[in-house]
Design a binder for this molecule. Structure first.
Ligand SMILES: Nc1ncnc2c1ncn2[C@@H]1O[C@H](COP(=O)(O)OP(=O)(O)OP(=O)(O)O)[C@@H](O)[C@H]1O
Length: 542
């Protein structure tokens, strides 16, 4: 029936005349709605084959040896056409270099990489430079008609649609002189999730930025190309920048200086926090362990033993393949890792989280080579082990982190974390940012939360009555420079490790932050998140 609109008008007329029931009145109202009328009108146009625009008539005379031609008419909108052209290296003709996924040309389904351009809006392109054609195209309004010789073999790419990667470097096409067409490039930042939609070209892939919700794909350097760029950058700067080949463990000099100061002190291992809640001992808050971690943290980030830009980046692949992972109720909990600059409140928040439900949240019992005090129990405050045992464990990578403080070693072992996870509990740890790579394993599937300080002004207001523990004092007020240092280290941490954080929480008002943290850890165990594909390898068939 090609005239649905007419029929609708007749029905509407009948309804108006014949009945006053509610149903009839509603039907009358529905049929009269403008969008329903527009739908019927579109139906009638299609049924009558009333298409626009009309294609130009074929020329009367076509020579016998004329190639099969395709005439394509694209109606322009405010977006680019989404195709690039180039001069063919061998034949010298102008060809479509690539069609950008999701762009106008791609969605038309009528232009393909390799198609040879013969005419644009009736103008022959033979003898023109690609730039001249682009300028001509930019000036044409409303619609563009291409006359093309179709490519004989179209590349197939359907199987490549499901590759997702996390960018581990920043990329800006405008700063890359090697990109074939910077307007077609895709900008991304470290940590962004990209969907690779086309890998047909070994050098230039096409990707959509999932993080910034880009609708249309753009050109990005392939994994190999980007690796080559990183290596070139690294070598060209290798004599001036890199101080980072030093060990990232504490240097003996720092340790000696600290120990010299420490000798003047009264050895006070007592925790400022008793550790008991609802009859359960909460481990991992002992003062020496915290001071050990803090010393190691500040010596590494403030002492700039790590090169700020390229060393870390040059050693890793520029893209990390990722997949969505949603923990099943029968899976172990994901390890919750809190990271932040010293003094920001990581321990306070971790303690509050555990206290809110010690039967769900727990921290691992650390190891130490320090001799136990009379009131301490092995396996409760610490696992007390000999230096030989500790060093052997460290050598076989059994610690997530460890360090030395006042001549004793302290560390958090993988076994201690595993012990809590195996009980079906949620394990919460506080880790130095530099140690995150070691904790990012398939077994632990960590969810990493960065605790960020608020602005300096808010720090001054909210921390006026807060205390930090130091080697000299159990509780001392924050100094102005410590608040500034917290800000500076926070920026550095975000700069170096931001791409590894699953979530950032600003610790402004303590109660708000605690509530946010509770929500985030709940979501971490129940909702889907991007994780390295390698963590899910053998789960694929599940
Ligand atoms: N949002 C906040 N408002 C006010 N005080 C806070 C807030 N968060 C934490 N504090 C307080 O700041 C002090 C330092 O916090 P905390 O001991 O948790 O630091 P930290 O990040 O664990 O540092 P470190 O690892 O160096 O011990 C504590 O007195 C804590 O109660």
């Amino acid at each position: 029936m090609p005239q649905a609109s007419v029929l609708c008008r007749e029905v509407t007329e009948l309804l108006r005349e014949t009945s006053h029931s509610m149903d009839f009145r509603e039907l009358h109202w529905l049929l009269g709605k403008p969008d329903f009328q527009a739908l019927l009108s579109a139906h009638d146009s299609v049924a009558q084959k009333d298409y626009e625009p009309l294609l130009p008539p074929l020329p009367g005379y076509i020579p016998e040896d004329e190639e099969a031609l395709r005439i394509v008419c694209l109606v322009k909108n405010k977006h680019p056409l989404g195709a690039t052209i180039k001069r063919h290296e061998v034949t010298g003709s102008i060809v479509i270099a690539r069609v950008i996924r999701g762009g106008l040309a791609d969605r038309s389904g009528l232009l393909f990489a390799g198609d040879q351009l013969v005419e644009v809006n009736g103008m022959p392109v033979a003898g023109l430079e690609p730039e001249q054609i682009i300028q001509f195209l930019a000036k044409s309004e409303a619609s563009v008609v291409f006359k093309l010789i179709p490519v004989s073999h179209r590349p197939t790419s359907s199987s490549q649609n499901m590759l997702y990667v996390r960018a581990l470097v920043d990329y800006c096409p405008q700063d890359d002189p090697a990109i074939p067409c910077s307007e077609a490039g895709l900008t991304f930042r470290r940590g962004d999730i990209l969907q690779i939609v086309d890998q047909n070209d070994a050098q230039w892939w096409q990707a959509k930025n999932i993080t910034t919700l880009s609708r249309c794909a753009g050109l990005v350097p392939s994994n190999n190309l980007l690796k080559r760029k990183q290596r070139e950058f690294w070598w060209s700067h290798s004599f001036s920048l890199h101080t980072c080949n030093k060990s990232t463990l504490l240097s003996p000099v720092e340790e000696e200086e600290d120990m010299a100061i420490a000798e003047k002190l009264v050895e006070t291992e007592d925790a400022e926090f008793s550790g008991y809640n609802q009859g359960l001992y909460i481990a991992g808050f002992r003062r020496s362990m915290r001071l050990c971690r803090r010393k190691s943290r500040s010596s590494q980030l403030l002492g700039s033993t790590r090169c700020p830009t390229s060393c870390y980046i040059s050693t890793v692949s520029p893209y990390e393949e990722v997949m969505r992972y949603q923990r099943k109720p029968t899976d172990r909990h994901r390890l919750i890792i809190l990271v932040g600059p010293s003094g920001v409140g990581v321990n306070e928040l971790r303690r509050r989280l555990i206290e809110s439900n010690p039967r769900l949240f727990q921290s691992p019992v650390p190891h130490t080579t320090r001799p136990p005090n009379s009131y301490e129990e092995d396996g409760r405050e610490y696992y007390f082990v000999s230096r030989e045992t500790f060093e052997a464990m460290a050598l076989s990578h059994r610690f997530l982190e460890y360090g030395e403080y006042k001549g004793h070693l302290y560390g958090t072992s993988r076994e201690a974390v595993r012990f809590i996870l195996d009980l079906g509990l949620s394990c919460v740890i506080d880790l130095e940012a530099q140690r995150i790579p070691e904790a990012r394993t398939k077994e632990l599937k960590p969810f990493i939360i960065f605790i960020k300080p608020p602005s300096i002004r808010r720090l001054q207001q909210t921390r006026a009555k807060s205390h930090i523990i130091t080697e000299y004092y159990v509780n001392r007020s924050f100094k102005e420079e410590e608040l500034q240092e917290m800000e500076d280290i926070s920026e550095k941490m975000l700069d170096y490790f931001g791409h590894l954080f699953d979530c950032v929480i600003v610790n402004d008002e303590l109660l708000d932050t605690h509530m946010q943290l509770l929500c985030v850890v709940k979501r971490a165990q129940a909702e889907p998140y991007w994780v390295p594909a390698a963590w899910l390898d053998s789960d694929m068939g599940d």
